[in-house]
Design a protein around this ligand. Structure first.
Ligand code: CP
Ligand code: NVA
Length: 303
């Protein structure tokens, strides 16, 4: 039987997503206790790029579930000397129970997953960041209410986090209002797919218009890992900063979200990051609960 990977949101059914979110709420309510649900399991965590939240939250999740972790970066492995992704996947499948990988090349991740005989989890690629979106959806349900009643506004770059959020929209029924600079818009295929699946999504360039009356304002760094045009972006994105004036355009109980790391003074001001509407540290905490739910999913332990 082929392993159960968690590579993106697009390939998950609405029922699977609902079950993962429910498990996230359940393990959060259970508290940060130690159980033995994953005793005997080992998760390899491979990082081609830096990470704070993904690394710590997966490690803690495995420990609290009674399992073990092994962490390595690509350049301290033979991958850095040219060993293929497929051979690495086959070897690691003989050692560990699952692999979490952060690598920019999404095609590389799928190549690895195709060769792996154990579940593979996407810890971020340039195209997709599904573990983040599970934590974000848990946070919205906690702080605002049922997803199907919410309108989310995205202000900023048409990046991996936005694409993944939009993959979830038609499956869970929330609306999306997107404002990006025209030259950094989301890939049209992602928007077309979401619409074909029934998403209520608008795409434009005006932050105020996107945010007006919404329930959740979301942004992210103006330059993601692997983007080399940071200086140009700083200039183009200036009108897309989330500040208190922009938050005033949102609904009266709207929250602010950011996957972090944030660049204070660029995409968000200190006043918004540290203000009462900010849910950013809940989101960061919820990565731990989300990872436990994702691990339960790949190891077939949901419910
Ligand atoms: N949000 C997120 O994935 O953070 P890290 O890059 O620190 O893992
Ligand atoms: N969009 C960001 C997310 C970081 C967690 C990046 O890809 O760098």
């Amino acid at each position: 039987m082929s392993p159960k990977h968690f590579l993106d949101i697009a390939s998950q059914s609405p029922e699977a997503l609902r079950a993962i979110l429910d498990e996230g709420h359940r393990v959060k309510a259970e508290g940060r206790i130690r159980t033995d649900r994953l005793r005997g399991k080992t998760l390899a965590m491979l990082f081609e790029r830096p990470s704070t939240r993904t690394r710590f939250s997966f490690d803690l999740a495995m420990r609290e579930l009674g399992g073990d972790t092994i962490v390595a970066s690509g350049d301290e492995m033979q991958l850095g000397r040219g060993e293929s992704l497929s051979d690495t996947a086959k070897v690691l499948s003989r050692y560990v129970s699952a692999v979490m990988i952060r690598m920019l090349d999404h095609g590389g991740l799928t190549t690895f997953a195709e060769a792996a005989e154990v579940p593979v989890i996407n810890g971020l690629t340039r195209r997709s960041h599904p573990c983040q979106i599970i934590a974000d959806l848990i946070t919205i349900e906690e702080r605002v209410g049922p997803l199907a009643e919410q309108t989310l506004a995205w202000v900023g770059d048409g990046n991996n986090v936005l694409s993944t959020l939009l993959e979830a929209a038609p499956k869970l029924g929330f609306k999306m209002r997107i404002a990006t600079p025209p030259e950094f818009a989301l890939r049209p295929t992602v928007v077309d797919t979401a619409r074909r699946l029934g998403a209520d999504v608008t795409v434009g360039t005006d932050p105020k218009e996107a945010v007006r009356g919404c329930d959740v304002v979301v942004t992210d760094a103006w330059a993601s890992m692997g983007d080399e045009d940071e200086e140009e972006r700083r200039h183009v994105f200036r009108p897309y900063q989330v500040d208190e004036a922009l938050m005033e355009e949102a609904g009266p109980s709207a929250i602010f979200m950011h996957c972090l790391p944030a660049h204070r003074g660029e995409e968000v001001t200190n006043a918004v990051m540290d203000g009462p509407r900010s849910a950013v540290f809940d989101e960061a905490e919820n990565r731990v609960h989300a990872q436990k739910a994702i691990l339960a999913y790949v190891f077939d332990r949901l419910g």
